[in-house]
Design a protein around this ligand. Structure first.
Ligand code: AMP
Ligand code: ZN
Length: 139
C-alpha cells in the first residue's frame, strides 16, 4: 500500500535495521524500543489485520518469532520476552500493517504492560460467553 510505512520498509524505500527476511516475512528493530532489541515481525504483503494475513504466512510469522526471540535474548541477556500484537485502533494498533512485537524482558526492567481483570457476573454469564465463542469459531 502506497502510504504504509511498513510496506515502504519491505520495498526498501525507507531504511530499517533488518534482522531477518524471507519470501513471506521481514523482521526489523523497532524504531522506539520498549527494551533494547525490541523487534517487529511483519508479513511482506499489506494487511491491516492479522486476521486477513494468509494462514501460511501467519504460520511463518509464528514459526520464526520464537527463533528470533531466542537470538534477541542471547544478544541482550534478557531472560524472557513478550509477544504483543495490537489488532485494531481500540487495541492500540498505530501502524495499519499487521505486525508482531517481540519485546525482550529482564527482571525489574520497569516495563508495565496494561493488565486488569474484568470478572464475569456469575457462572452463567461465563458459560454463555463460552458457548457464543465456540459457536462462532470457524475452524
Ligand atoms: P503498534 O502500536 O503495534 O501499531 O506499534 C507500531 C510500532 O512500530 C511502534 O512500536 C513504533 O515504534 C514502530 N515503528 C513505527 N515506525 C517505524 C519504523 N520506521 N521503523 C521501525 N519501527 C517503527
Ligand atoms: Zn503495509
Amino acid at each position: 500500500m502506497k502510504d504504509c510505512i511498513f510496506c515502504k520498509i519491505v520495498a526498501g524505500e525507507i531504511p530499517a535495521d533488518r534482522i531477518y527476511e524471507d519470501d513471506m516475512i521481514l523482521v526489523f528493530l523497532d524504531i522506539a524500543p520498549i527494551n533494547k532489541g525490541h523487534a517487529l515481525v511483519v508479513p511482506r504483503g499489506h494487511h491491516h489485520s492479522i486476521c486477513s494475513v494468509p494462514s501460511d504466512i501467519r504460520a511463518r510469522m509464528m514459526e520464526r518469532a520464537p527463533e528470533i526471540a531466542i537470538a534477541i535474548m542471547r544478544a541482550t541477556g534478557a531472560d524472557g520476552f513478550n509477544f504483543m500484537l495490537s489488532n485494531g485502533t481500540c487495541a492500540g494498533q498505530i501502524v495499519p500493517h499487521a505486525h508482531l512485537h517481540i519485546i525482550p524482558r529482564s527482571p525489574a526492567d520497569g516495563v508495565v504492560l496494561p493488565a486488569r481483570s474484568v470478572p464475569y457476573e456469575n457462572a452463567d454469564e461465563k458459560h454463555e460467553m463460552l458457548a457464543k465463542i465456540r459457536e462462532r469459531l470457524a475452524v
